[in-house]
Design a protein around this ligand. Structure first.
Ligand code: TYM
Length: 332
């Protein structure tokens, strides 16, 4: 079976709809066909200041949500990044292989550091993409299921894998991004020119999966569309409507053309009312299942312990080979 690996940050409160449709949904599908490794990236989370108590709670919450979304610990390896020390170890080697200018060109770093004030941003934030490179290469992943915003980091991963292989001999699988066109970028419901995100979106434009379903329905019903009334998928001319159609289509399995036909001659109100219902039907059981996992911390811990063990077996082998290639003296 080909291998996939991906990660998600333990954010406060809950995952948003973009995380789910852009990434986690694919993770669930891929565990059926691939040897799948998925992790909650707590090492990445601390590139921005975190309260220790909150970080711990958010990490558990992230795992509970992944299970609620349909990850099955019997079908995939689910773990927490800091439980596998090899991530930090390989990251160091990758740091030493990356050019300063090369790292400085990462657009997510530029955006995030600009937001904090460049002087205040941590060195960890600067090397964030390189830790991600290590995450992927450790598992010899063939594909990395992510949203469009992660494409540049996967490109860097490919570059560094090729660089290492070229310099030290074939060691790493060169991975490909796995990005589905329709859900590569889910947009803010109030401003369809920006991606849905915890940091950029206004609360009204952001669908948090664990919010009150009623509040979610309201946000869908007040989504920004345009002054026209025609329901047609056209990202350039009708970004708001197209975003709603993508979300609707993915959550129900109905094709875009089918939806365009269904709503022909009907206004945006009808589309939004129906989508609000679809969304409520999705988030209601998701919230319940997440709560069930949170209420059973022992099960959660044992899932993570097993996951870390399986992950370490793979990671340790890759790291040992890498150390050898680099020329480190074996510890006797
Ligand atoms: P993170 O935690 O920001 O987001 C998790 C996943 O959600 C996707 N995503 C979106 N997709 C579509 N539309 C959106 N509006 C949207 N917002 C977020 C992201 O693309 C991502 O796939 N650096 C990564 C975590 C990471 C990782 C890895 C990923 C660490 N190591 C190794 C893959 C492989 C991140 O911050 O994702």
């Amino acid at each position: 079976r080909p291998r996939v690996l991906s990660g998600i940050q333990p954010t406060a409160g809950s995952f948003h709809l973009g995380n789910y449709l852009g990434a986690v949904r694919q993770w669930v599908a891929l565990q059926e066909t691939h040897d799948a490794f998925y992790m909650v990236v707590d090492l990445h989370a601390i590139t921005i200041p975190q309260d220790p108590k909150d970080l711990r709670a958010n990490t558990r919450l992230a795992v509970a949500q992944l299970l609620a979304a349909g990850l099955d610990p019997d079908r995939c390896t689910l773990f927490v990044q800091s439980h596998v020390p090899e991530h930090a170890q390989l990251a160091w080697i990758m740091n030493c292989l990356t050019g300063f200018g090369e790292a400085g060109r990462m657009t997510q770093f530029k955006d995030k550091s600009a937001k904090q004030g460049a002087e205040r941003a941590s060195v960890g934030l600067f090397t964030y993409p390189i830790l991600q490179v290590a995450d992927i290469l450790l598992y010899q992943a063939h594909e990395v299921p992510v949203g469009e915003d992660q494409r540049q980091h996967i490109e860097l991963t490919r570059d560094l894998a090729e660089r290492f292989n070229g310099r030290f001999g074939p060691t790493f699988t060169v991975p490909k991004p796995y990005i589905l066109k329709e859900t590569a970028k889910i947009y803010d419901l109030q401003d369809p020119s920006i991606k849905m995100s915890k940091s950029a979106s206004t609360p009204k434009g952001l669908i948090n999966l664990l919010d009150e379903p009623k509040a979610t329905a309201k946000k869908v019903k007040s989504a920004v569309t345009d002054t026209d009334t025609v329901i047609r998928y056209d990202v350039a001319e009708k970004p708001g409507v197209s975003n709603l159609l993508s979300i609707y289509s993915t959550l129900t399995g109905a094709g875009i053309a089918e939806l365009e036909e269904k709503y022909e001659g009907k206004g945006y109100g009808a589309l939004k009312t129906d989508l609000a219902e679809v969304m409520v039907d999705f988030v209601t059981p998701f919230r319940e299942r997440t709560q069930q996992y949170l209420d059973d911390p022992e099960t959660l811990d044992s899932i993570l312990a097993k996951g870390a063990e399986k992950a370490r077996a793979v990671a340790a082998e890759t790291l040992a080979q890498t150390y050898d290639r680099v020329g480190f003296l074996p510890a006797k």
